[in-house]
Design a protein around this ligand. Structure first.
Ligand code: ATP
Ligand code: MG
Length: 40
C-alpha cells in the first residue's frame, strides 16, 4: 500500500487538481485508490 500526500499551505495552487488527476491515472492503471481531503 502506498500513501501519497499532496500538501501546500497556500490556497489555489492546484492541490485538488493534481490529486484528482493522479488518483484517476492510478485507478486507470489498476490500483485501488482511496482519495480523502483533509483541507481545514
Ligand atoms: N497546472 C495548472 N495549470 C493551470 N491552472 C491550474 C493548474 N492546476 C490547477 N489549476 C487551476 O487553479 C485553480 C485552483 O486549483 P485547485 O482547486 O486544484 O487548487 P487547491 O490548491 O486545491 O485550492 P484550495 O486551497 O482552494 O483547495 C483551479 O481553477 C484550477 O483549474
Ligand atoms: Mg482544494
Amino acid at each position: 500500500m502506498y500513501v501519497i500526500f499532496v500538501i501546500n499551505y497556500k490556497g489555489g495552487v492546484g492541490k485538488t487538481t493534481i490529486t484528482a488527476n493522479l488518483s484517476t491515472e492510478l485507478a486507470y492503471r489498476g490500483f485501488n485508490v482511496l482519495m480523502t481531503d483533509l483541507d481545514p
